[in-house]
Design a protein around this ligand. Sequence first.
Ligand SMILES: O=C(O)[C@H](CS(=O)(=O)O)OP(=O)(O)O
Length: 236
Amino acid sequence: MRVEVISSVNEARADRFTHRTAIVIDVLRATSTIVAALQAGSSGIYTVETVLDARALQRPADLLAGERFCRKIPGFDLGNSPDEFTPEMVQDRRIILTTTNGTRGLHKAVRADHVLAGSLLNLSACTQAALDLRRDIVLLCSGSHDEFALEDGLCAGAFVAKLQAGSPDGLEMDDFAAAMLGFYRNSTGQLYETLASGATGRRLLKLGMARDIKRCSQLDSSDIVARMQGGMLTRG
Ligand SMILES: O=C(O)[C@H](CS(=O)(=O)O)OP(=O)(O)O
């Protein structure tokens, strides 16, 4: 089995996904929020790129969620903070989500045979699902504003470490995957600090959202596998 890591949506050429399982990563915060929403009982999450698309897709019982400039979109039910997605709010409800980077990342991966949403929260569950699908794996770091984001690279490195541990016959990897593996190994025990030190983390801290960074750094706190099926992310 081989794993490759793509550093940002800008680098995500369609042909890199063919015949692969894609794990799309946006630790701060879209894919962490998707995992939290499914954990809280949402029946599924549609990701769309624009506010207009979100409103057009909404059916009467659906919730609109997402952010622009890290803030909840006016008129929407929910923002992009995992803690907002409680069972009281989202149980058995479909959610239409639009965020700056994560939703773009998920759309870039559509050519893959299978698309999973990965985060630190569901690292082990998502890794096992990807191994079970028996395809080469591509990890797409959604990044932030078209650039590489530290927290996504860290999470990609954590996935590479888990995939390696779960591949008794060995795991081939590209150079960027090897670099992110080294980065993750050097950050052991400092997940929160590393997340908080990147550009997105600093932006969220300035806005008083340290709690979101804490939540998004909770390694393996969920056994949710978030899988794209028929355009919607559901419990896989
Ligand atoms: O809401 C977020 O955490 C980010 C906003 S940004 O990266 O600071 O623009 O959006 P996401 O799509 O979850 O990365």
